[in-house]
Design a protein around this ligand. Structure first.
Ligand code: PMP
Length: 427
């Protein structure tokens, strides 16, 4: 008998390209049939055939409190009762803006949008408008959403499917984007030496999470800060993934570096479509209606999305939240590393706060080239074997994983036992 999942997938492919509304959901890289989900609670979610999985994707990052957290759901219900959208300012937008500005010293003003893509695209336009320059620098394997200018040697799904530079992006647009290697200081110095006065912005994931997980070296980020200041270029930290995920003060707090602009998404929306960009007041004030850089959105600052974000940010501010999250994530990666070692498997893993990377390679990667040298086939086998065991990791070797505050010792231990069974018969 065909499963409900298989039926839904076949029907979906008729009316939705690839059967999915975002490419990495399609399981193309790992093979097999994407799973259709029905409901989630805490660290678990259930597919349409009733099978439960421990979730280490968390909707690709937003669900730092796990699925259907009671406070988030309550807050969303309350907001929805009062109307879904006004297209006019609300007090809740002021409250979340004040909160973001108080938590991140680099942000003096912030604007809400509906996706990380919009935040990245808007930040780039703003940086160009502010500097009156066109060139931007990005790093190979970093993903900043699917805006044309940023979809050049990008990570995430673009990398997974072997099209890191998308068709449909005019070469004139891509020509303004200088792509350099992550963590490669000399190449950044050379680019500034050659083009410094033409560079509007440098955009970087301060912990890269779209080519698996690669930590920036502190010297690399310090160099970016120094050169942007020296040449009057705008330093943009893409904290869509790391924002309120690696700590309350985000990656910029961990590295103690102040970007000029920051883009936020995922956790800030608590699972609803909400993202933001913000930073220095003098730059932000170039935005319409004050300045000449246009940016807008019918659903920007949507009251239901803001309610989910506020409820989430309320929880993560509770004392000890990030310490507990980081400890659990560390327990997962250390546990997996030890089990792999016992069985002589070339494997490593690392965590930053509540995000982690798993690598079929002896040591954690420090560059895009290192990530490319991981054994992708081994990852794919591991992914499917874990799926069979009821553990859902991201369906691609190039994505980071996420632990939520709802994951307990029990789920971590179940995951490690499953990995133990798989690695015991690994050839
Ligand atoms: N930047 C980063 C670092 C991301 O991880 C993502 C999404 N994975 C984006 C930007 C784009 O966000 P969205 O999918 O909400 O458009």
């Amino acid at each position: 008998m065909t499963s409900r999942n298989q039926q839904l997938y076949e029907l979906s492919q008729r009316v939705i390209p690839g059967g999915v509304n975002s490419p990495v959901r399609a399981f193309k890289s790992v093979g097999g049939t994407p799973i259709f989900f029905q409901r989630g609670q805490g660290p678990y979610f259930w597919d349409v055939d009733g099978k439960a999985y421990i979730d280490y994707v968390g909707s690709w990052g937003p669900l730092i409190l796990g699925h259907a957290h009671p406070e988030v759901i309550k807050s969303v219900h309350e907001a929805a009762q009062n109307g879904l959208s006004f297209g006019a300012p609300t007090e809740a937008e002021l409250i979340i803006a004040e909160l973001v500005c108080s938590l991140l010293p680099s942000i003096e003003q912030v604007r809400l949008v509906s996706s990380g893509t919009e935040a990245g695209m808007s930040a780039i336009r703003l940086a160009r408008g502010y500097t009156n320059r066109s060139r931007i620098i990005k790093f190979e394997g970093c993903y900043h959403g699917h805006d044309d200018a940023l979809l050049v040697k990008a990570g995430s799904g673009a990398l997974t499917f072997g099209h890191p530079s998308s068709a449909g992006v005019p070469s004139e647009t891509a020509a303004h984007t200088i792509v350099l290697s992550y963590n490669d200081i000399p190449s950044v110095e050379k680019a500034f030496n050659d083009f410094g006065n033409e560079i509007a912005a440098v955009i970087v994931e301060p912990v890269a999470g779209n080519m698996n997980l690669v930590k920036a070296s502190p010297d690399f980020l310090t160099t970016l800060r120094k050169l942007c200041t020296q040449y009057g270029s705008v330093l943009i930290f893409d904290e869509v993934m790391t924002g309120f995920r690696v700590g309350l003060e985000c990656a910029q707090g961990l590295y103690q570096i102040k970007p000029d602009l920051t883009i936020l998404g995922k956790v800030i929306g608590g699972g609803m479509p909400m993202a933001a960009f913000g930073g220095r007041r003098d730059i932000m004030q170039c935005l319409a209606p004050l300045g000449a850089v246009y940016q807008a959105g019918t659903l920007s600052g949507n009251p239901v999305a803001v309610a989910a974000g506020l409820a989430t940010l309320n929880e993560v501010q509770k004392p000890g939240f990030y310490e507990a999250l980081a400890a659990k994530t560390e327990q997962l990666v250390q546990g997996l590393t030890e089990i792999a070692k016992q069985h002589g498997i070339a494997f490593s893993a690392q965590a930053v706060g509540g995000m982690f990377g798993l690598y079929f390679r002896e040591t954690a990667p420090e560059s895009f080239a290192d990530v490319m040298a991981c054994d992708k086939e081994a990852f794919n086998r591991f992914f499917h074997a874990m799926l069979q065991e009821g553990v859902y990791f991201a369906p691609s070797a190039f994505e980071a994983g996420f632990v939520s505050s709802s994951h307990t010792e029990e789920e971590i231990n179940k995951t490690l036992s499953a990995a133990g069974r798989i690695f015991a018969t690994w050839k």
